[in-house]
Design a protein around this ligand. Structure first.
Ligand code: ADP
Length: 452
């Protein structure tokens, strides 16, 4: 069942319950009014007739004739008058006699002064009446045809109004529910057109700052993020293919050239050396990609353990120097750690070493003198590692982009690389809940600062 139908039905049921309660109160009060008013009328009639019989001394035959004549037109009240010894003094029509007075009833009237009850649908009232010091008992009875008709017609009217009101409320409920849910229908329609290839489409937010607008804005935000990550994924794949294609194309060209005719041993050696260089470049790239994938893992998947940061730095320096014996790396301490714990960092040894190697290698690689300095600072809240060089620096335009995967600055002609190192380093630092900052001036040098 659609929400709008459910809402309309709920709305109608609620209105029906309220209307029914309202109608019941009205009907009940009309019923009780009719009853009370009719008893009052019976009492008035009984007293009037008693006065005619006892005071005005109108003769019985005349009163009975009036009664019989009136009975043809209206539901005339039938009155009987008894003395205190239960002797009948007057009766409108003994032959009709709806109320069968019996001694117990009459003594109840005498004792209580006033009784009222129903007999076969007729309303009856019994009264004790005093006239010139003597006690009389009066009974009056009639069927309130007029009152019952009025009640019946009230009930019928209320039922008709109730049915019409229900139809109207259901229609209005359906209309308003549809109007209220219109934005949802528009969103559903638009969402039908959104797929992986057109994530730029967004849901209509509408002019009202309501819950649905909030939902649409949140959904649009999610779409924008999805689009960004799809775009980044696409760029990443095309960058990887490009990075792999270049050395592969160079290798194929070298090998084809070597194969085209007989070469000297010397020439073969140089082809092998160049091809080997390209193959190593590809090996480095795939190694970096593997590291990147590892750093993108869920931190829960990576094993962390307490590590000495100084040992890590010395190991990283040793690995860089092994690969590049011409590089020079100095390691220094800005201050002494006050406790052993201050020098410890909870982290993944392999990944942290990859990050430090990247920074040390870049520092030497982008400097004429292939020299850089790493300094450790111990602070009250943690530690900082600075890697500084006096190399060619980074152009201000490049600075905001150097942490993007595959981004290589204008100075990249100066040294070989694939643009993955810094993005990988940043991911590793973030994985260890740290931050990385860069300060650089062209031709003066660069300083990377990791804060844990
Ligand atoms: P790669 O070194 O392979 O080019 P990175 O991701 O390590 O890739 O670095 C991205 C870019 O940042 C480099 O191409 C370079 O332009 C710039 N860069 C990084 N470190 C330095 C540095 N120490 N000095 C100058 N430029 C640097």
């Amino acid at each position: 069942m659609k929400i709008r139908l459910r809402l309309a039905l709920l709305f109608t049921a609620l209105a029906a319950a309220i209307l029914l309660a309202f109608a019941a109160v009205i009907y009940w009060s009309a019923r009780s009014n009719r009853e009370n008013e009719f008893y009052a009328l019976l009492q008035k009639e009984a007293l009037t007739k008693a006065n005619l019989v006892l005071d005005a001394k109108v003769d019985t035959a005349t009163l009975q004739r009036i009664y019989r004549n009136n009975r043809q037109i209206i539901n005339e009240v039938e009155v009987a008058v008894y003395d205190s010894n239960f002797h009948l003094l007057y009766h409108d029509a003994v032959d009709i006699d709806f109320v069968k007075e019996h001694p117990r009833m009459l003594s109840q009237i005498r004792n209580e002064g006033k009784v009222q009850f129903y007999q076969d649908g007729w309303q009856v009232i019994g009264l004790r009446h005093e006239f010139e010091g003597r006690k009389y008992l009066l009974t009056a009875a009639a069927y309130d045809q007029y009152g019952y008709n009025k009640l019946e017609s009230l009930l019928q009217n209320m039922m008709a109004v109730f049915a019409a009101a229900m139809a109207l409320i259901f229609g209005a409920g359906l209309y308003f529910a549809r109007r209220a849910l219109q934005p949802v229908a528009a969103m559903t329609e638009q969402a039908r057109h959104i797929s992986a290839t057109n994530l730029h489409l967004c849901l209509p937010v509408g002019r009202n700052a309501d819950e649905l607008a909030e939902l649409a804005a949140t959904f649009n935000n999610m779409l924008a993020q999805l689009e960004n990550s799809f775009e980044a994924q696409k760029n990443f794949v095309s960058n990887i293919s490009h990075e792999l294609r270049t050395p592969l194309a160079a290798m194929i060209a070298e090998l084809e050239l070597a194969q085209s005719r007989e070469r000297s041993t010397e020439e073969y050696r140089s082809v092998i050396a160049r091809t080997l260089g390209d193959a190593q470049k590809m090996a480095r790239l795939t190694g970096s990609l593997l590291d990147l994938a590892r750093a993108e893992y869920d931190p829960a998947q990576i094993t962390f353990r307490p590590l000495r940061i100084d040992e890590l730095l010395f190991d990283a320096r040793q690995q860089v120097l092994q690969a590049h014996p011409d590089y020079r790396i100095d390691i220094g301490f800005a201050n002494e750690p006050e406790t052993e714990a201050q020098i410890m960092l909870n982290g993944n040894e392999y990944l942290l070493k990859v990050a430090l190697i990247n920074l040390l290698e870049n520092g030497c690689k982008f400097s004429d003198n292939h020299h850089c300095t790493a300094t450790l600072y111990f602070t009250t809240t943690g530690m900082e590692i600075s890697v500084e060089d006096k190399g060619i620096g980074i152009a201000p335009d490049d600075l905001p982009h150097i942490f993007e995967p595959f981004y290589r600055g204008a100075n990249s002609r100066f040294a070989e690389g694939n643009g993955i190192g810094l993005s990988l380093t940043q991911k590793i630092v973030r994985l260890h809940k740290g931050t990385i900052e860069v300060y650089s001036r062209p031709y003066q040098g660069t300083r990377f600062l990791i804060i844990f």
